[in-house]
Structure formats: structure tokens, C-alpha cells
Write a protein that binds this ligand. Structure first.
Ligand SMILES: C[S@@+](CC[C@H](N)C(=O)[O-])C[C@H]1O[C@@H](n2cnc3c(N)ncnc32)[C@H](O)[C@@H]1O
Length: 283
């Protein structure tokens, strides 16, 4: 799979829609407060790389009209099937060719997608479609830190550190092209921030805790992260072959059971802690 379409395909779009966390009100508040301070209008938002609609849904209630695009027809099909808002239109389209009129958009939003874009072309497009004083918001997070609980209690910090390191190892085991994308995420989009063509730009961070995920939900989340190219997982000095998403999620379960010493996955739950970083720019 190329970097461009690693989220394409019906099954990955379904996994994405079912298992990726919804963003919290605190994330929406951070963005809306920024727009209000900027005295922005709320006529039209364009969400670019909308996936199955998580980022779109978070801000749709604040805007009169929303256009949400994604390069993947499968993601757009999932988003349409789940859409609850008559003022939100989901269309297949590219970040580099936003189909909006010149100077018509109040906010261009990008959630967890900017590393896949051709940045110079995307920024040119943003400059064309934004109204004067319009905003660009780009947000993302690295893989979550995990808090492991047995019977609703954190028994040992070591369990949580182990689970977090295991998930990180899986994500960072991809081929070099995918690795480069993760490096940009792990640097909190430092290159992206630097290259935004606006002198009015800033950052914010919001912590989101998704509590009490059972093992099945955790395994679905892991499968939704699969870039399809992890051949060898390097973990704790050991090498494991062919740890692609489906197999890795089973491997993850086995490792957590062995580490915690419990007999059944039903006894284990996870809190996912997301450190969401937000880039903000005015044009
Ligand atoms: C990780 S998902 C993010 C989905 C959603 N915005 C969210 O916050 O969860 C990244 C999405 O970017 C899309 N994408 C990748 N390259 C794109 C491009 N050049 N133009 C539009 N969408 C693109 C993928 O198809 C995928 O659905």
C-alpha cells in the first residue's frame, strides 16, 4: 500500500469508523476558543482528510455549512452512512484540490491526516480558498499511552509502561517511508508547523483520556492502526516476524496476559491517553 491510501479499503475504513476514538469536547473547545478570539465567522468549514468523519463531527455543530473530503471512497462511504447532520456534505476529493470557491472558507481543518498531503500544493490551495482572516487548524497525536487496569485498578505502573512500549514498537516498525510519517507525528508536526505560509501561527495541546476499553475494543483499535507494511517487530531485544495488524493484536493480547499474570482478557481494561497537539494559523 502507498502512504496515500493506507487508510483505503473497505475493511480498514470500517475499523477506523468503529474503533478510532471520538475527539473530546475539550479539543473542540480549544479550537473554537481560538476561532472566537480571532473573531472568525462560522459560515463554512472544510475538513480535509476527514476519514469516516471523527474530526468533522467534532466541529460540525458550530458551522452553518461543512464540506468534508477524503481521497478514499471507502472512508467517504463510512462517513456518509454515519452522518447525522443535514448541513454536512461528504465528498471524495484531494487535499491538494479543494473544490471550494476562492476566498469562500472560514476554516480549513485537518485531523490526523496532514502527513499524507503534498504540503506545498495543499498550502497553495488553503491560501486560495480561505477568506481574508480565515484559519487553518491542523491537529494530531502520537499513539496513545496506555494505562492497564485489572478489575478496574492499576495494579502496577510497569504493566502500563510495557503496553505503551509494545504499541509504540508496532507503530515504529514500519518500512522507512511510513517511519518518516511517524517521525513527523512524534515531533508534533515540527516540519509542518515551520512550513505553514502564515506569520500568525501558534500551538496548543489538549490531553484526552478514553477510559475503560476492553480487550476486544483495544484489539480493534490496533487493527485500525495497521499500515499493512510491518514485517518484523523489534521489541525488548526480540524480533517477531509478520506482525501485521491482525496478528499483532493477538500477540498484544498474549503479551498483556503474560505480563499481568491474569487468566482471562475479560479482567483487563485500558485507558487510552491521547496528547493532542493543535497547530493554528491565520491567513
Ligand atoms: C488518519 S485518517 C484521519 C481521519 C480523521 N480526520 C480523523 O481525525 O480521525 C487520515 C485520512 O487522510 C486521508 N488522506 C490521505 N491523503 C489524502 C489526500 N491527499 N487528500 C485527501 N485525503 C487524504 C486518508 O484516506 C485517511 O482517511
Amino acid at each position: 500500500m502507498s502512504n496515500q491510501n493506507m487508510f483505503d479499503g473497505k475493511s480498514i475504513a470500517e475499523l477506523y469508523a468503529n474503533y478510532r476514538p471520538r475527539f473530546s469536547q475539550e479539543v473542540a473547545d480549544s479550537i473554537i476558543n481560538f476561532l472566537r478570539l480571532n473573531k472568525s465567522s462560522f459560515r463554512l468549514m472544510v475538513d480535509v482528510g476527514c476519514g469516516s468523519g471523527q474530526s468533522t463531527e467534532m466541529l460540525a455543530p458550530y458551522f452553518n455549512k461543512v464540506l468534508a473530503l477524503d481521497i478514499s471512497k471507502h472512508q467517504i462511504a463510512e462517513a456518509k452512512a454515519r452522518n447525522q447532520h443535514s448541513h454536512v456534505e461528504y465528498v471524495v476529493g484531494k487535499a491538494e484540490e479543494i473544490p471550494s470557491n476562492d476566498r469562500s472558507v472560514d476554516l480549513v481543518l485537518v485531523g490526523m491526516a496532514v502527513t499524507f498531503f503534498d504540503l506545498p500544493k495543499f498550502f497553495k490551495c488553503v491560501q486560495r480558498v480561505l477568506r481574508p482572516g480565515g484559519c487553518l487548524i491542523i491537529f494530531g497525536h502520537k499513539s496513545p499511552s496506555l494505562r492497564v487496569k485489572i478489575g478496574s485498578v492499576v495494579v502496577s505502573e510497569e504493566h502500563s509502561e510495557f503496553a505503551t512500549a509494545l504499541l509504540d514498537a508496532f507503530l515504529l516498525s514500519g518500512k522507512s517511508s511510513i517511519r518518516a510519517l511517524h517521525d513527523e507525528v512524534y515531533s508534533k508536526y515540527s516540519n509542518t508547523f515551520r512550513s505553514i505560509p502564515s506569520s500568525v501561527k501558534s500551538r496548543d495541546e489538549v490531553k484526552q483520556v478514553c477510559s475503560d476499553w476492553n480487550m476486544d475494543k483495544m484489539k480493534g483499535y490496533i487493527r485500525s492502526l495497521d499500515s499493512g507494511d510491518v514485517e518484523t517487530l523489534n521489541f525488548n531485544g526480540g524480533l517477531f516476524d509478520s506482525r501485521q495488524g491482525m496478528q499483532f493484536s493477538n500477540f498484544f493480547e498474549d503479551q498483556i496476559l503474560a505480563k499481568t499474570g491474569v487468566n482471562s482478557s475479560k479482567q483487563v481494561t485500558f485507558d487510552l491517553i491521547l496528547e493532542i497537539f493543535i497547530l493554528r494559523a491565520v491567513f
